[in-house]
Structure formats: C-alpha cells, structure tokens
Write a protein that binds this ligand. Structure first.
Ligand SMILES: Nc1ncnc2c1ncn2[C@@H]1O[C@H](COP(=O)(O)OP(=O)(O)O)[C@@H](O)[C@H]1O
Ligand SMILES: [Mg+2]
Length: 220
C-alpha cells in the first residue's frame, strides 16, 4: 500500500539525509524502524506524512504519488488514510482530551463514540473532559495514540510512541497499538529506539546510509 521509490532528501544547509531509498510496505504489515540518532528516521516519517517534501523520488500511497497532489488533495488523503503519533504533532491546547481524540472523526462527520472508547483504552476515560495542560508528558503521548487510532487509519506512522512512557505503560500502549493494527488490517511504521517496542512489530528494519534493510538476525 506504500511504495517508496528512489527517495532522496537533503536539507537547505546541504546535508544529505536520505538518498536512493526504496521500500515497499504491504497492506497490514507492521514494521519497526531502528537506527542511529540523526540517520533520518524522523525525516523519513515526515516525508511519508507530507509534513516535508522529498527532493527526489516518489511516495506512492495506494498507487497515488502524494508529492504530486495539491495541498487540499494531500490533506484529504492524509485525513482519510493516515494516523500519526508524532511528538511534535501537537495536541490542541484549547480542546478537551475527548475533543482532541474526536477531531479525526469530526472531520469525517462521524460520531465520537470511538473517541470515548479509545480514551478508555489508553486509561484516560475518566479524564475525557480535562484539558491537555492538566496532563503529564506520558499521558499526552497516550492521548496522541488514541487520536491517531480513532478513525481506524489504514496507515499508522509513529515516531518513538513510547519515548515518554514508563515500561508498564509502554507495554500497554504497544499492546493496544498492535491490537488496533491487526484488528483493522492497518499497515504501520513505528520508529523506536526500544528493542522491546520493536519486538511487537512483524519485522524490524534498520535505517542507515545504505537505506532500509532488515535488522541483524531478521529474515530478508
Ligand atoms: N529542518 C532541518 N534542517 C536541517 N537539518 C535537519 C533538519 N531536520 C533534521 N535535520 C538533520 O537531518 C538529520 C536527520 O534528522 P532526523 O530525521 O531527525 O534523524 P533521526 O530521527 O533518525 O534521529 C540530522 O542530522 C538532523 O540534524
Ligand atoms: Mg527522530
């Protein structure tokens, strides 16, 4: 469902981060991406998410080159098919937790029932009417996960989703994430530094200057 073809990205300061990157993510496939800090993991997710543009290559989602879409069409496609768990992807401060999680549903004119269920699932059901400023970093991360999953996206992109969580909460959140991915037949790319988190994926890839490859000990 996602094809990365000869993808390249350099920053304005001339720093080449990704070059000639190829990968094909099948429907329903859940992969973890590991790799050294600064190698370009967040850049890769940002490109797929359309938060940044590649300077070479193509990103095909169900056969559509997202870089070739105009802004409105790209926004619609993302709203429809993608779920993001990005630390920098801010929860809106003036909305309650329930309103934040329900936003992807509201944009699709769907009822907020699933939003309530997802808040329950991340252990924040009782906090539905609180505001983000009343929460800890780890709690906010759980809100971001609930919101990313609320509309049952076909492609989930997660950048270190358990980075702020204690081990017990991380385990619960990963269980939820994997359950949702498998129940909904979604594909997912999770960037993580945690081997425990990566072990919940179907396969583990390493991003390096050579591109995306199976991690050591993983079948090719
Ligand atoms: N907006 C930017 N402008 C210039 N350089 C950037 C920018 N964003 C990231 N970089 C650089 O690109 C490299 C890859 O960054 P990033 O994708 O965040 O790595 P990772 O997530 O793997 O740690 C790093 O060297 C980083 O300093
Ligand atoms: Mg990063």
């Amino acid at each position: 469902m996602l094809i990365l073809r000869d993808l390249g990205k350099s920053y304005a300061n001339g720093r080449r981060v990704l070059s000639g990157l190829n990968y094909r993510l099948e429907e329903g496939e859940y992969v973890a991406v590991m790799g050294e800090s600064g190698v370009g993991k967040s850049t890769l997710l940002n490109l797929i998410a359309g938060l940044d543009t590649p300077d070479a290559g193509q990103i095909l989602v169900d056969g559509v080159d997202i870089a070739a879409l105009d802004d409105d069409a790209a926004t619609l496609l993302r709203r429809e098919k993608f779920g993001f768990v990005f630390q920098a992807f801010h929860i809106l401060p003036h909305l309650t937790l329930l309103q934040n999680v329900a936003l992807p549903l509201l944009l699709r004119r769907e009822p907020d029932t699933r939003a309530r269920q997802m808040l329950e699932a991340v252990g924040l059901g009782a906090r539905a009417h609180d505001y983000p400023r009343q929460l800890s970093g780890g709690e906010l991360q759980r809100v971001a996960i609930a919101r990313a999953l609320a509309h049952r996206p076909r492609l989930i992109l997660a950048d270190e989703p358990t980075g702020n969580l204690d081990p017990d909460t991380a385990r619960e959140v990963l269980q939820l994430l994997r359950g949702e991915i498998k129940d909904n037949g979604a594909a997912a790319i999770m960037v993580t530094h945690s081997h425990a988190a990566a072990a919940t994926a179907d396969r583990v890839l390493t991003l390096s200057a050579r591109g995306l490859h199976p991690a050591d000990g993983q079948p090719a």
